[in-house]
Design a protein around this ligand. Structure first.
Ligand SMILES: [Zn+2]
Length: 157
């Protein structure tokens, strides 16, 4: 008896994660537009800035906040792309399916990392392979450098 169902998350789960992703995106976009507003505000300040303002202490505080918001925005910009991609996968029904082994990613993992595209096993496998590739690439570069060094020495004599 083989009753192979196509691997897919239940509609209820998809709906749940869609709401979660949309909410995360909303928070990100709000944070980003706030940092843009802060930026515009800062621009105005520096144009009119010939000193003597009573609120210079305030603007120093603004600037510190701005810097924090900016580094956050840079980091979160990429996350926003991941969120969009995850939402796209919800729409085409591939959300929550490991892209390597095509099995469902455990819900606990998706709750922690809703943008995940691989199950933990496959992620570990990919990481190991990448590390292995890196090691081989390093060995190759090292061998090549050695070979060049030997050629140089041979040419020198
Ligand atoms: Zn997998």
């Amino acid at each position: 008896m083989s009753d192979k169902k196509p691997v897919k998350m239940s509609d209820a789960d998809l709906k749940f994660f869609e709401e979660m992703l949309v909410e995360k995106r909303r928070q990100l976009v709000t944070a980003q537009s706030e940092s843009e507003r802060a930026n515009a505000f800062q621009g105005q300040k520096s144009q009119s800035g010939d000193g003597g303002d009573s609120d210079s202490a305030d603007s120093a505080t603004d600037y510190n906040t701005l810097e924090t918001t900016f580094s956050l925005a840079a980091r979160e910009g990429k996350y926003l792309v991941y969120l969009e991609e995850a939402l796209q996968r919800i729409r085409n029904g591939t959300f929550g399916i490991c892209k390597v082994c095509k099995q469902l990613i455990p819900k606990a993992r998706l709750l922690a990392v809703p943008t995940a595209t691989k199950c933990v096993n496959c992620k570990e496998e990919t990481k190991k392979k990448e590390q292995e590739n890196n090691r081989m690439e390093m060995a190759r570069l090292f061998a090549e450098a050695q070979r060049k060094e030997m050629q140089k020495r041979a040419a020198g004599h």
